[in-house]
Ligand binder design. Structure first.
Ligand code: ADP
Length: 343
């Protein structure tokens, strides 16, 4: 069931705190003949601590105030008024509020500390993943070149050529990775400049396919673009990077004998571009997350990659006022849908 946005959004902790105070009060009603009211206060304090750890000081302070009000109104005689018989309760309320605020400040510090630790852990995981991706090609290149330079190893021509090809492929991989990291850094620093000019979508696709021609080899790429498609306002070179990553993925995550369909259509003042492959597909729960930085679907971890490509594409496409999304029939293929404004 989908709840309305305000329940899921920033009001959620407050609504939950209201609910928990309500439940605690019901419980208090039930036990008030057996327990001293000052003991029931402890249950409210538990709620305050829970809310503070989960959502921080703001909602916890509101919970403290709600708790004092509910406690006074329902559980302290005379019932159903905010007045008190015994003046000592004023002391209880004040102590509760003070303890509530102190505990919630402390608990939310613990919470911030936990979040900080998690972020640090994530950063070091990302760093080790990047250094792994940088090191692997460097090791292959160094290995190939050292063997070639070694005067004692008598290599035939074919073997020499294989080693040079490995070095060249791995350099290209390294180059792509470094470029992706640079693009990502530029985008995050807000210095990736976009100069839009009217561009032909067919040219853009052609440029990407040309760059990928070694990977495409004999594979069939079907292109279907309406003849009357107008030129689109784009930064050609930057947009080519975005599309390159998407087509590269379509090739990478499908088998060599399957085809790839690239289709464009016009809807209102927008162009819908689809890149469809018949590869491994993406599980439903990962569909949104694949556009996050460094996110990789667990099943594709054996294929080389860094999880940066699609997040860069998304940044570029959004900077052009467009959108990117993924549709997939897991096990049967993936369609990446790019929507771009025509004006
Ligand atoms: P990577 O360098 O890992 O390919 P991307 O950001 O380009 O990084 O993609 C993120 C993840 O999304 C990939 O690791 C892969 O799991 C999944 N993915 C992207 N495109 C496809 C596709 N066409 N088919 C299947 N999985 C895909």
């Amino acid at each position: 069931m989908r709840y309305p946005r305000f329940i899921r959004g920033k009001f959620y902790p407050y609504l939950l705190s209201l609910g928990l105070v309500f439940v605690t009060t019901l419980f208090g009603e039930f036990v008030k003949r057996r327990l001293e009211p000052t003991n029931i206060v402890m249950f409210y304090l538990l709620v305050v601590v829970f809310i503070a750890i989960r959502w921080g000081v703001g909602p916890a302070v509101v919970t403290s105030i709600l708790s004092v009000l509910a406690f006074d109104f329902f559980l302290v005689p005379p019932y159903l008024t905010l007045g008190v018989d015994d003046i000592q309760y004023i002391f209880t309320f004040t102590a509760f509020l003070v303890v509530g605020i102190v505990v919630s400040t402390f608990a939310s510090k613990v919470r911030e500390h936990l979040i900080q630790r998690q972020t640090e852990k994530l950063h070091s995981a990302l760093l080790s993943s990047i250094s792994h991706d940088l090191k692997t090609p460097l090791v292959s290149i160094t290995g190939a070149l050292t063997t070639l330079l070694d005067g004692k190893s008598h290599l035939d021509e074919k073997h020499k050529r294989d080693l040079l090809e490995t070095a060249s492929e791995e350099s290209a991989r390294l180059n792509r990775l470094v470029n992706n990291l640079l693009d990502m850094t530029k985008m995050e620093a807000g210095v990736l400049r976009i100069y839009k000019k009217p561009c032909d979508l067919r040219d853009l696709i052609g440029t990407c396919l040309e760059q990928l021609k070694d990977k495409i080899g004999q594979r069939s790429i079907k292109i279907d673009i309406p003849k009357d498609l107008p030129e689109l306002p784009m930064d050609f070179l930057v947009m080519a990077k975005a599309l390159f990553n998407v087509i590269d993925n379509a090739l990478k995550y499908s088998t060599d004998n399957s085809s790839i369909d690239i289709r464009a259509s016009m809807i209102d003042a927008k162009v819908r571009l689809e890149i469809k492959d018949y590869g491994c597909g993406i599980p439903k729960e990962d569909l949104k997350r694949i556009f996050e930085k460094f996110y990789r679907v667990e099943k594709s971890l054996h294929t080389s990659g860094t999880g940066l490509g699609l997040s860069i594409s998304k940044g570029i496409i959004e900077a052009h006022g467009g959108q990117i999304s993924a549709e997939s029939d897991f096990g049967k293929g993936t369609t990446i849908v790019i929507i771009l404004p025509m004006r």
